[in-house]
Design a binder for this molecule. Structure first.
Ligand SMILES: Nc1nc2c(ncn2[C@@H]2O[C@H](COP(=O)(O)OP(=O)(O)O)[C@@H](O)[C@H]2O)c(=O)[nH]1
Ligand SMILES: [Mg+2]
Length: 366
């Protein structure tokens, strides 16, 4: 048997310490007779996942760890793991044993036997596959997401949401410079980014129940997924962040009008004071929504950061409002443009200003 490295298994982890030893033992059993290494890509888990993996790595040199500080993200973790190996094939598998590692040898065999094959995909929706003990609700959600991605992105695989696959490392290296890294579904990203259609084969597996630790992808998953779809389809025309920022801005206008009419009409405040309150309310809401959604990857946290961010956001937006009104007035008075067009151009300039400056000075500082 040659001892050339055949396979790297990349395991993105966040708080999976309890699963590390079992997973290694299972990989050892499943990949007996193969030359492999495991790369844990851990986002500095507070539960000490990286230490747990390093403890094993001292004894078993097939086990390596990439520990990332100050960053979170499943996609980028997978990417960095895939780039960190000399093996010609690389698999990505969850660290919680929900993916069935026993199909890895068959996936590897397939790629080794057929040079035209780029990718082996673990699928819950082909023969031999299944969603195990999922409740009906989760099955329905997953089926919906699958249909959506197949419709929007025109990918044909049965389980594009699967996070379990094995790919030729040079193919992965080839697409990585063009990946968005935005979504959490790295497989979808790879399939839709590649310049030529990738040749793949699907391998059924039954999704297991998590026994240790907890799922991290429950809450934000739906939104991140929609964002990733949008980005793939329209991101080049209007960047995701700008689209979200603008949508939240429109919401802000609604809040502004609501607060204004409540104070001015309902409580008969003076127009000026009602305007000031309405503007503050809209800016505050926009700040928190943008912080939670548009910039959730660089979210400001803690009273100090939030307060500083809120103040800078208000300053940026006030200047944006002046620019908005100034441009509109200039177009209307000097250029004699139509009132609606002048106003819309003003709004657009204000929006771009607010977006550009707040991404730099509000969410770009830490
Ligand atoms: N490095 C890294 N791994 C993550 C992150 N979020 C989730 N994971 C890992 O990705 C895998 C799948 O996540 P999980 O929470 O089980 O998702 P679920 O199976 O869809 O509920 C697990 O191994 C997690 O530990 C992250 O932000 N960074
Ligand atoms: Mg899981």
């Amino acid at each position: 048997m040659s001892d050339l490295l055949e396979l790297a298994v990349v395991i993105p982890t966040f708080n999976e310490a309890a699963n590390v030893p079992t997973l290694i033992a299972r990989l050892d059993r499943a990949l007996a007779g193969r030359v492999w290494e495991a790369i844990f890509v851990d986002d500095d888990s507070p539960d000490g996942t990286a230490d747990a993996a390093r403890a094993i790595g001292r004894l078993d040199r097939r086990v390596r760890v990439i520990q990332r500080i100050g960053r979170r993200g499943l996609s980028t973790a997978c990417i960095e793991g895939m780039l960190a190996t000399a093996a010609p094939c690389v698999a990505v598998i969850d660290g919680d044993m929900q993916h069935d590692e026993t199909i890895l040898p068959a996936m590897l065999d397939a790629l080794q036997a057929d040079p035209n094959l780029d990718l082996a995909i673990g699928s819950r929706f082909v023969e031999g596959g299944g969603t195990g003990e999922w409740d009906r609700d989760r099955v329905a959600k997953s089926a919906f997401a699958t249909r959506l991605s197949r419709g929007v992105l025109k990918v044909d695989v049965s389980d594009p949401m699967s996070g379990f696959f094995l790919i030729r490392t040079d193919v992965a290296r080839g697409v990585v410079p063009h990946l968005s890294g935005i979504g959490f579904k790295i497989l979808l990203d790879i399939l839709t980014t590649s310049a030529r259609p990738l040749q793949y084969r699907e391998f059924g597996y039954v999704f297991r129940v998590r026994t240790e630790g907890e799922s991290k992808l429950d809450h934000v998953v739906a939104m991140e997924y929609l964002i990733a779809l949008y980005d793939r389809r329209f991101g080049r025309v209007v960047p995701v962040r700008f689209a979200m920022f603008s949508a939240i801005g429109v919401l802000g206008v609604g809040v502004h009008m609501a607060v204004l009419s409540a104070l001015f009409l309902g409580l008969s405040a003076t127009f000026l004071s009602a305007e000031i309150m309405a503007t503050l309310a809209a800016m505050t809401l926009n700040f928190f929504l943008n912080n939670a959604l548009t910039y959730r990857d660089r979210r400001l946290k803690g009273a100090r950061q939030l307060f500083d961010g809120w103040v800078s956001f208000c300053v940026v937006c006030s200047v944006g409002a002046v620019a908005n009104v100034g441009i509109a007035a200039f177009l209307y008075d000097v250029r004699e443009g139509g009132w609606a067009v002048s106003a819309l151009v003003g709004v657009l300039v204000g929006a771009v200003w607010n977006y550009a400056l707040s991404s730099r000075f509000v969410w770009g500082r830490y």
